[in-house]
Design a protein around this ligand. Structure first.
Ligand SMILES: NC(=O)c1ccc[n+]([C@@H]2O[C@H](COP(=O)([O-])OP(=O)(O)OC[C@H]3O[C@@H](n4cnc5c(N)ncnc54)[C@H](O)[C@@H]3O)[C@@H](O)[C@H]2O)c1
Length: 272
């Protein structure tokens, strides 16, 4: 089998949540560049318009839906609109998510009382659950409703290496909600395998994106990752593209319920 057949995603009706920036935008780009039909969903209407405009100008088949994925009613309507536009939904990247905010240690290793366990507000906790777990649950539900009648589909959830390990520099609620999303992927995969729907997770390490209001670009945060990550650098968003294409294409036809780590070795331990 030729590589172009193994990775053939031509014509696949695809949704990417959080598609206006970073990892989601890169997933949308690689799918569209390989002739999938892609709906980018994002709550940031300005960035969404820019992304859709740029990709359309490149001759790619993309459309946008402004939607906050924590609004279940609006989310379902956006999925319905994409399904109406394409006649079906083949691939969904459940990617929208928010950063964890400050951890109990700063990048310089100083304790941050605002982020200490006992000081985490219910608001922060609930925001993390809504933005990184409930939204994943609702997005998978919406995807399944459209995929089950066709007995096929791919669902790819962006989790995080925070689902697998603890972090001192990331707000505490982020770890359990990402671990919850990772386990939800397995449970969904178990139930949906019989319907030809494959569900997997991508667990990124540090990527240079706009997450947490651009925190990854802060010199102290950046140099912390450049010190401890075994590959001594953060990833560029484009580096997600190979894995995204793999999980959406025939190349991964017998893979379900897995979480694939893409982290420059960060889960191996600190190389400082
Ligand atoms: N950047 C990293 O280091 C890193 C590491 C591990 C996991 N992740 C995960 O990757 C995913 C993508 O993040 P990113 O790094 O590309 O960040 P990003 O901020 O560059 O992009 C996220 C996009 O999702 C959108 N979004 C967020 N919440 C939304 C909501 N409720 N409804 C609709 N759109 C929403 C944002 O507007 C933004 O366009 C997230 O799930 C994040 O937790 C990122």
């Amino acid at each position: 089998m030729k590589a172009e057949e193994l990775f053939d995603v031509r014509g696949l009706a695809t949704i990417v949540t959080g598609g206006a920036s970073g990892i989601g935008l890169a997933c949308a780009e690689v799918m569209a560049a390989n002739e999938a039909r892609v709906t980018l969903m994002d709550r940031n209407s300005i960035e969404l318009e820019k992304a859709v405009g740029r990709l359309t100008a490149d001759g790619l088949d993309v459309r946008g839906e402004v939607v906050d994925v924590t609004d279940r009613v609006r989310l379902n309507l956006a999925f319905d609109a994409a399904a109406t536009a394409y006649g079906r939904i083949d691939v969904v990247f459940v990617n929208a998510g928010i950063g964890g905010g400050p951890g109990f240690l700063t990048a310089q290793g100083v304790r941050n009382p605002d982020a200490a366990f006992e000081n985490i507000s219910d608001e922060r906790w609930n925001t993390a659950v809504a933005g990184n777990l409930s939204s994943v649950f609702w997005s998978i539900q919406a995807a399944v409703r459209h995929m089950k009648p066709h007995k096929s589909g791919r669902i790819i959830v962006t989790t995080s290496i925070a689902a697998l390990k603890t972090e001192s520099g990331v707000g505490t609620p982020y770890m359990p909600v990402k671990a919850g999303a990772a386990h939800l992927v397995k449970q969904a995969a178990l139930e949906l395998a019989g319907y030809g729907i494959l569900v997997n997770a991508i667990a990124p390490g540090p990527f240079l994106t706009n997450i947490s209001g651009g925190k990854m670009f802060e010199p102290a945060v950046r140099s912390y990752h450049e010190r401890v990550v075994p590959m001594k650098r953060l990833a560029q968003p484009d580096e997600i593209k190979g894995l995204a294409l793999f999980l959406a294409s025939p190349a991964s036809s017998y893979i379900t319920g897995t979480q694939i780590v893409i982290d420059g070795g960060a889960t191996l331990g600190s190389a400082d």
